[in-house]
Design a protein. Structure first.
Length: 739
């Protein structure tokens, strides 16, 4: 009979590893108080704690957006995540620094440790590998990019922390039904839901299916009558978890009802942003995570071969030694002798995690391959999520499983099936060499894009749509125009023309494209309009065109024809003119021969990779496989700690700005060190005592600090879910649209 005693030593080792990561912050040497954690998360936690300590569950937020936000309907607020309530109820809110440590740092630290323990148990009891191999796999998980950049959004960490525990309880129930197990599993699923990170929930189900489908196949192969038992167990867990989370789910549905998202939820819209899809050249991050400077973003704007990719999304779970173990798992699984030794259940698990790993790679590439758009992009709800790079969570989880599998093979079974570690190492080195070579010599050209949203109609006369049978607009640009996006509210035909001068008639000029739109919605046309040419859009039918609340780009402009200039205009979103020019980027191999910090960075990255493959090559020739695994695992742990620490303490969360460019991007160890927070928390309340003032900062993120001082602000971090009746009332009162 197998022992299920708590693994004290592995738990202690994992605790020490997590403590090493957090120690600089706990000691005040390095800070992580910045970005979303400072502007949105800490003020929200403080607000919830103050209400709970008064005996109230906050249903409304009176402090931001003039009190028009229904806090109960915020589907990104983890008010109902009960494990945080002891911290909410016992935090000393009279001391900001102590409150920050108690509300943010300690829960964050505990959830990192919880995630590592959960992955350890999952690998040990479900995947059935050794304690040492499970320990290595757990480190692969918690020091992956899925965690390294998530600390500014604790909801992501919470969801990822409970995921392996959910799978452990599911597996235990699949083997033996017990009521208490169902209750515990339902509570864990409740924690995953109330963590308030709905955009990651589909990925939880994708990973869960990697167990449910193999379990179903296994039972079918064994001829068992209860072939649907795994699926039924999962459904019961989901049902219990949803019932326990009803208060959050129902209020979230209310929030969705009163929310206008900034992106149109369609497969095309989810791929509209370049930063939503990982460019294929970034597959090199499987071996050199920081080749393009995308660990901290320090050199990302100068080395990045694609324009709009966010640096914290631009690397996968990888590294010379991490990917070596993952690659080994592919080669090991291909051996028939090894598969014969393992059970059908174990073989099916690893087959599906290999498929899941490859699936996630294809998904994060998004619009750069036809896979996502033609397969995942067509699925309801899941295909409508923006940024396919978020599928990286699946890749990080799968890498932990496959890495642990390879470690276990080298440690215990390499003597039984000696297929040659040297041969496997040479195959891996050759494969990584080809990928790095293609990346280094790829002839990059950087596409710089500008998006203008424009109409000639004056702001005070813009209606919900534009009439047809007229030229919507004319303008001249110094850049060539590559695309035109138009929001149609019905069937329409039209023409796009260009001319050297502003024409008198909309039908003059050169015809370059006719279109015939059958369905309403956004439609995009590829164009090739030279710079400094007037062009316009003509509807041949009297149907409305455009809808000003259809979406909001990063920057919007309108062309003032009488003045001959462009002016900012955040209100009209009917036509998108996408102007694009190409600038040559020096290939990375040319950087090697340059002088300066960029050259030094590229050289250091390539030297790191070269040193890593030489260590792998030397270790595989000097040691036997079951001895080399300890050295390789040690190097992998050091590699993970190094890159994770860089991401944890060194990034600025902005690709094109230094960490101090905007004050909120500067890091602080404690809230009291932030001058903006001190000013708003301590100075503004004195002014507000004189009357019912609302304050507004030049950066709306700062307005969230009013939740800490108990004052009232005009704006805040975000306005949704701001109910439409309040939005309409503000618009009517001030006579202008709130964009």
């Amino acid at each position: 009979m197998k022992s299920h005693r708590f693994p004290v030593i592995p738990a202690l080792i994992l605790f020490i590893f997590v403590l090493i990561l957090f120690l600089p912050s706990f000691l005040g040497n390095r800070g992580i108080f910045h970005d979303d954690q400072a502007m949105e998360e800490f003020p929200r936690y403080y607000f919830v704690a103050r209400n709970l300590q008064k005996g109230n569950i906050p249903f409304w937020d009176p402090h931001t957006w003039c009190g028009a936000i229904p806090f109960y309907a915020r589907y990104y607020a983890n008010t109902y995540y009960l494990p945080l309530w002891p911290f909410f109820l016992s935090a000393d809110l009279t001391d900001l620094d102590q409150a920050y440590i108690f509300l943010i740092m300690i829960p964050l630290f505990l959830h990192y440790w919880l995630a590592s323990l959960g992955m350890f148990f999952f690998l040990k009891r479900v995947i059935k590998i050794s304690a040492f191999s499970s320990l290595v796999g757990a480190l692969f998980y918690i020091f992956s990019p899925a965690f390294s950049y998530a600390y500014v959004w604790q909801q992501v960490v919470v969801l990822q922390s409970w995921l392996p525990w959910l799978l452990v309880l599911y597996y235990s129930l699949k083997q033996r039904i017990r009521l208490w197990k169902f209750i515990v599993a339902g509570v864990i699923f409740n924690f995953i839901i109330t963590a308030a990170c709905p955009s990651l929930l589909p990925f939880v189900f994708f990973i869960w299916l990697a167990l449910i489908i193999p379990d179903t196949i296994n039972r079918c192969k064994q001829g068992k009558t209860t072939v649907y038992r795994p699926l039924l167990v999962a459904l019961v867990i989901v049902l219990i978890g949803c019932c326990l989370s009803a208060v959050y789910l129902l209020s979230s549905f209310e929030g969705v009802k009163h929310t206008e998202e900034h992106l149109i939820l369609s497969p095309q819209a989810s791929l509209a942003e370049e930063k939503g899809s990982l460019h294929p050249v970034f597959l090199s991050t499987l071996f050199i995570p920081d080749l393009f400077g995308n660990i901290t973003g320090g050199n990302f704007d100068k080395l990045n071969p694609v324009h709009d990719l966010a640096f914290w999304d631009a690397n996968l779970s990888g590294g010379v030694f991490v990917s070596f173990f993952v690659f080994l798992s592919f080669l090991i699984f291909s051996q028939k002798k090894q598969r014969r030794e393992s059970s059908l259940e174990k073989n099916l698990y690893f087959l599906f995690f290999i498929l899941l790993y490859l699936f996630s790679i294809l998904c994060v590439l998004g619009r750069h391959t036809p896979f996502y758009l033609n397969l995942i992009g067509r699925l309801p709800l899941i295909g409508q999520l923006p940024r396919p790079v978020r599928y990286r969570l699946i890749q990080c989880f799968s890498a932990a499983v496959l890495g642990g599998y390879a470690v276990d093979y080298l440690k215990h079974k390499s003597k039984l099936y000696p297929a040659g570690l040297k041969k496997k190492a040479l195959i891996y080195i050759s494969f990584s060499f080809i990928i790095i070579l293609l990346c280094v010599f790829y002839p990059f050209s950087q596409k710089e894009k500008k998006v203008y949203v424009w109409s000639e109609q004056p702001l005070d006369s813009v209606s919900e749509s534009f009439s047809g049978t007229s030229a919507i607009g004319r303008y001249s640009s110094e850049w060539p125009v590559t695309k035109l996006r138009v929001m149609f509210s019905g069937e329409s035909k039209g023409e796009i023309r260009l001319a050297d001068d502003s024409p008198v008639s909309p039908y003059e000029g050169k015809l370059i494209k006719r279109y015939n739109v059958k369905n309403p919605g956004w439609h995009e046309f590829d164009l090739n309009i030279p710079p400094h040419k007037f062009f316009w859009f003509v509807s041949s039918r009297n149907l409305p065109i455009g809808y000003k609340r259809a979406g909001t780009p990063v920057r919007t402009f309108s062309y003032k024809e009488d003045r001959g200039i462009w002016g900012e205009n955040p209100y009209i979103n009917s036509l998108w003119f996408i102007q694009q020019k190409e600038e040559n980027i020096v290939p990375l191999y040319r950087r090697i021969f340059d002088r300066g910090p960029l050259s030094a960075h590229v050289k250091a990255s390539l030297v790191y990779w070269l040193a890593g493959i030489l260590l792998i090559l030397g270790g595989s020739f000097i040691f036997s496989a079951n001895r080399a695994v300890y050295a390789f695992a040690l190097f992998a742990a050091a590699e993970l700690m190094l890159f994770s620490s860089f991401a944890f303490y060194g990034n600025s969360f902005n690709s094109y700005e230094g960490p101090n460019f905007i004050p909120h991007r500067k890091r602080y160890s404690l809230p009291s060190q932030n001058p903006i927070l001190r000013k708003i928390v301590y100075d503004i309340p004195e002014l507000q005592k004189k009357g019912s003032y609302r304050f507004a900062s030049d950066y709306p993120f700062y307005d969230n600090f009013s939740r800490i001082n108990g004052g009232y602000s005009l704006m805040g971090y975000e306005m949704h879910p701001l109910e439409r009746r309040f939005k309409k009332a503000i618009e009517e009162a001030y006579g202008m649209d709130i964009g």
